[in-house]
Design a protein around this ligand. Structure first.
Ligand SMILES: *[C@@H]1O[C@H](CO)[C@@H](O)[C@H](O)[C@H]1NC(C)=O
Ligand SMILES: *[C@@H]1O[C@H](CO)[C@@H](O)[C@H](O)[C@H]1NC(C)=O
Ligand SMILES: *[C@@H]1O[C@H](CO)[C@@H](O)[C@H](O)[C@H]1NC(C)=O
Ligand SMILES: *[C@@H]1O[C@H](CO)[C@@H](O)[C@H](O)[C@H]1NC(C)=O
Ligand SMILES: *[C@@H]1O[C@H](CO)[C@@H](O)[C@H](O)[C@H]1NC(C)=O
Ligand SMILES: *[C@@H]1O[C@H](CO)[C@@H](O)[C@H](O)[C@H]1NC(C)=O
Ligand SMILES: *[C@@H]1O[C@H](CO)[C@@H](O)[C@H](O)[C@H]1NC(C)=O
Length: 325
């Protein structure tokens, strides 16, 4: 059902990218808030435990500057709050979802230049507020100058409608803009017994009309081929993860991001997919810490907890391109 809605959304052209396909009713909003409150304490504890483990582990490979202390008990989650975990609102998967190039691995950076980013993503089942294991998280995002792998032939600075028109294509189900089958900055990995998955990548750049974001799809009952792509799955959530403006500004000032001057960057406050996620009461912004405890420019760890409904009846994923058979 969700895949169908997403495809229909795609058919709405730019508005599709400006609005989530499903406007939340006030009843749903209230329900999200309730779930959020109910799971907040567990989400907070969950995140703190992950931060401790993750930092301890990385310290071994990335020596910390011992002249500074890093605050593991993050202020973000030190109190019970209602925005740490709610049902992730479903937003469009966008035109750059490409199951054919998604690969099971924990480092999706390949040869892409950029600031190292280690994603630490926790998944909570909103029905129980307990960590959910074996949920396959499928991630994809653009490179430092706005291009997506498998879509490298498309100019990241051309407005979407114009891009589609230039190819003599029509926006709607079955739209296929791919230009190749490269796989960089696309990767999938399942959550472990603690409901956590980690992925190494680089900080994303931006492309026309969109703020900086990472796409994430959560799959249950999944199976993969020998080359690591999905054969079949149940998609329980399709969302996008964002970054604080201050952080983005800091990173975009560095090369190779800074060389992207052809367009002005769209910011969170004017990106309506961001608005669509925030309206549901979820906090879709990654909490970030410097890898060396000092400077995010040397690399960072990003934490986020996704609340997904594990019993949601959803569609099958994988295999076909968006809008394909
Ligand atoms: C870091 O914290 C430890 C334990 O609280 C303290 O002993 C140490 O002096 C602190 N170091 C710095 C540089 O603040
Ligand atoms: C994986 O195998 C499928 C099915 O043969 C193919 O369509 C896809 O392009 C392959 N993907 C990669 C990354 O090799
Ligand atoms: C991003 O990908 C495009 C398309 O392959 C490439 O031209 C560009 O150099 C890449 N950006 C960076 C910073 O490597
Ligand atoms: C699109 O159609 C026009 C007019 O028929 C043609 O001149 C042009 O070459 C086509 N472009 C592509 C990318 O097929
Ligand atoms: C970016 O925005 C500034 C200020 O509005 C404007 O002067 C400039 O022309 C814009 N640059 C591009 C590449 O659109
Ligand atoms: C959190 O709860 C407060 C008080 O109930 C409410 O005013 C606020 O809008 C909620 N925030 C979110 C993000 O749900
Ligand atoms: C999860 O989805 C099921 C099936 O659609 C629904 O009955 C249940 O209320 C949902 N749970 C939450 C917490 O929204």
């Amino acid at each position: 059902m969700r895949a169908t809605s997403t495809l229909l959304t795609l058919g709405l052209a730019l508005s599709a990218f400006a609005h989530p396909h499903h406007e939340l009713s006030s009843r749903e909003l209230a329900q999200h808030q309730t779930i959020s409150k109910r799971c907040a304490a567990k989400a907070g504890a969950f995140t703190m435990a992950r931060k401790k483990r993750s930092l301890a582990k990385r310290q071994a490979v990335f020596p910390r500057d011992t002249s500074v202390n890093i605050t593991i008990e993050s202020p973000h989650y030190s109190t019970i709050q209602n925005d740490t975990c709610v049902l992730v609102p479903d937003v469009t998967a966008g035109p750059y979802v490409w199951p054919r190039s998604e690969t099971l691995r924990q480092d999706m950076s390949e040869d892409q230049a950029g600031i190292p980013l280690y994603l630490d993503i926790g998944v909570l089942d909103v029905n129980t507020c307990e960590p959910a294991s074996d949920v396959l998280l499928d991630l994809w995002h653009c490179n430092a100058t706005g291009s997506y792998s498998s879509f490298e032939g498309n100019d990241p600075n051309t407005p979407f409608e114009e891009l589609v028109a230039s190819k003599n294509l029509t926006i709607g189900p079955g739209l296929d803009l791919h230009t190749g089958d490269t796989t960089w900055l696309r990767g999938m990995w399942p959550t472990d017994g603690n409901g956590v998955m980690e992925m190494q990548t680089v900080f994303p750049g931006f492309y026309v009309e969109r703020t900086i974001h990472i796409h994430v799809q959560a799959h249950t009952s999944w199976s993969v081929r020998s080359n690591g792509t999905i054969v079949a799955s149940n998609i329980v959530s399709t969302g996008q993860i964002f970054f604080d403006e201050e952080l983005s500004e800091q990173i975009m000032a560095l090369e190779p991001y800074a060389s992207h001057t052809q367009i002005n960057r769209t910011t969170n406050d004017i990106d309506s997919i961001y608005a669509g996620e925030v309206v549901g009461g979820w906090n879709p912004t990654m909490q970030v810490e410097a890898l060396d405890g000092v400077d995010v420019k040397n690399g960072m760890v990003g934490y986020i907890t996704l609340g997904v409904n594990m019993t949601a009846t959803a569609s099958s994923g994988g295999g076909a391109p968006p809008g394909g058979a």
